[in-house]
Design a binder for this molecule. Structure first.
Ligand code: FCB
Length: 452
């Protein structure tokens, strides 16, 4: 079996660096009958929205299989587990707390702690309760206040037992893909909607920091953003400008608001009527200090100019993943160093997601996903290179623990380091999972030897 090799003196092998695996609630939990419906249930029920016509009602049945899944996580030798909480499993439509739903996460965090695994919680990984979407969802400012109330309920229950709280996962996706590009739930296609949703999401992030800090003062608080270096399709100045615009619109829109309290200036590229409506003080709320920045990285994106705006050029040069994404590990180093240069100094960075989908097959209880082993090898080395250049990366989470419901792609994309047979729910550790397991176990041995 192929190994993942890191440079001998890499920070990644030190005791202070954390390694983990990541999942999200809607993608693995199932047990939809024990929570409120969310926007993804509605979206899945609409004809033609999900590639294979599937849904997340059962997914990986994690709610009923969590004890085995936690044992599996522990067997990998991780330091940490990143998962998300389903808002609609915790807060009912009438505003009351679903104690059974909340209790699920309390038990999960306790069990993880007993096994020496730190919990890294994400409060919102896209599964907005449908009862809130019915009142306007992220287009309604009130949703941001409901989010802060929900955050308070969670922080009161889990408090300092959680190592880190991320308010949101990838607001780019829950704003742009969901309200502007129409690809994700609830499926709107409107530029103004996208900007407004993004603003309310960021406001929700800022508002939630107050109860989070109050009830979990020793935990770290931050947000998870996705980044993709934006490259021009040609040397044509119009394409270069298009790539810069895409970078401002997709990457900086979120981080600049959080770290600097301002949105990027798009000049005359955007009509003023498409800019979000703000209230005084919003950007101050949004730009409170954060303890960490979660970075999700998968690939780079190439852009060309189209009608005074940008348009992405789908990659064709192999190797591509089954998502059609280019494998471009140096882009991870590039974007981290670029952000560090742009903002002077970044807070602690966790790579909160990184991984790839390939056409995996089980043969004799094994999955030989060599391409994924190579992917992790290259990307971990790209993280090492970023650290060498001064970026304060302190952790890395593989996406994903399990094959799961991949949003608009349904079950057609396998991102897991553990294979899931969706008919039998059997889990099989892939070669990539074994390679990471070996790396993590060897590292633990080294750390223990250093301490002895
Ligand atoms: C990210 C999402 C995650 C998963 C991966 C492949 O954008 O955060 O849920 O879908 O992509």
């Amino acid at each position: 079996m192929k190994k993942i090799k890191l440079p001998l003196h890499s920070e990644l092998l030190s005791r202070d660096f954390i390694f983990g695996v990541a999942t999200s609630s809607f993608q693995i939990e199932g047990a939809a009958d024990r929570r409120e419906p969310c926007i993804w249930d509605t979206f899945c029920a609409e004809q033609g929205r999900i590639k294979d016509g599937s849904h997340g009602l059962n997914a990986c049945e994690h709610i009923d299989r969590w004890q085995d899944d936690v044992a599996l996580i522990a067997s990998l030798g991780v330091d940490a587990y990143r998962f998300s909480i389903a808002w609609g499993r915790v807060i009912r439509a009438d505003g009351t707390v679903n104690q059974e739903g909340l209790g699920f996460y309390v038990n999960l965090v306790e069990r993880l702690a007993a096994l020496g695994i730190a919990s890294h919680v994400t409060l919102y990984h896209w599964d907005l309760p449908q009862y809130l979407e019915d009142r306007g969802g992220w287009l309604n400012r009130e949703t941001a206040y409901r989010f802060a109330e929900y955050a308070e309920v969670v922080a009161k229950a889990l408090g300092n037992h959680v190592a880190s709280y991320a308010t949101l996962n990838e607001p780019f996706c829950s704003a742009y893909l969901s309200y502007e590009a129409g690809i994700h739930a609830p499926g709107y296609k409107n530029r103004k909607y996208g900007r407004q949703a993004a603003h309310h999401l960021l406001l929700a992030h800022g508002l939630a920091l107050t109860p989070l800090r109050k009830y979990a003062p020793n935990a770290e608080h931050g947000i998870v953003l996705n980044f993709s270096p934006c490259h021009p399709a040609s040397c044509d100045p119009a394409d270069r400008q298009a790539a810069q615009l895409a970078h401002a619109y997709h990457n900086l829109w979120y981080l600049q608001a959080i770290l600097k309290g301002q949105y990027p200036d798009l000049g005359d590229k955007i009509s003023p009527s498409d800019l979000p409506d703000l209230e005084p003080g919003d950007l101050t709320t949004i730009s409170q200090p954060i303890d960490f920045l979660g970075v999700n990285y998968y690939t780079r994106t190439v852009f060309r100019e189209k009608n005074g705006w940008f348009s992405d050029v789908p990659p064709t040069t192999p190797p591509l993943t089954t998502m059609g994404w280019e494998i471009y590990a140096e882009g991870l180093t590039e974007i981290l160093v670029d952000l560090q240069n742009t903002f002077g100094k970044l807070p602690t960075v966790y790579i909160t997601e990184n991984g790839a989908a390939f056409p995996d097959k089980v043969e004799n209880n094994q999955v030989h996903d060599t391409a994924r082993v190579d992917y992790y090898h290259q990307h971990l080395n790209a993280v090492h290179a970023a650290i060498e250049q001064g970026v304060p990366v302190k952790g890395y989470f593989a996406w994903s623990l399990l094959d799961n419901f991949e949003w608009a792609e349904g079950y057609t994309q396998r991102f897991g380091i553990v294979y899931v047979d969706f008919d039998t729910q059997q889990r099989t550790i892939k070669d990539s999972g074994r390679a990471l397991q070996q790396l993590w176990h060897e590292r633990k041995k080294q750390v223990e030897a250093q301490q002895a």
